[in-house]
Design a protein around this ligand. Structure first.
Ligand SMILES: [Zn+2]
Length: 138
């Protein structure tokens, strides 16, 4: 469930709408993380940057990712199969399925999973995260 790929102009507008200065480097990183990449880690974004924008520093990559998370164009995902943070361009509520063989992450529509909590104490639930793991068969 990837967001529709945005043109550089649309990315520029999205950044401006969020109050972020649309520098060429930021637009480039957005193109990659919002359109091409699938739950990349910061390291993967840096690898991509090294190939396409050899002068981009690691700090720029991290700062841009943090900015995109701050303005809610990206969300951070931390899952038990890896100690790395992944960046998710699907900012709508969804769960994740981990393919245990490849480690690849799939987005799962919450409608496809039924989660019900029957707490006996007075906890107020703010968020439920569901991680499914297994094998991709089809
Ligand atoms: Zn996701």
């Amino acid at each position: 469930m990837k967001t529709v790929c945005l043109t550089p102009q649309e990315i520029e507008k999205a950044l401006i709408d969020k109050g972020v200065q649309p520098t060429a480097q930021r637009i480039a990183i957005c193109r990659y993380v919002l359109c091409e990449a699938d739950h990349p880690t910061a390291e993967q974004v840096k690898e991509w940057a090294d190939k396409n924008f050899p002068k981009m520093s690691l700090a720029t990559v991290y700062n841009t990712l943090n900015t995109l998370v701050d303005v809610e164009l990206l969300s951070e995902v931390k899952l038990p199969h890896s100690d790395k943070v992944m960046y998710d361009n699907n900012i709508h509520k969804h769960y994740h399925f981990i393919d245990e063989e490849s480690g690849k992450l799939y987005d799962i529509d919450p409608d496809e999973v039924e989660v019900s909590a029957r707490l006996k104490r007075k906890f107020k639930i703010r968020d439920i995260k569901v991680v499914l793991r297994g094998k991709v068969t089809g």
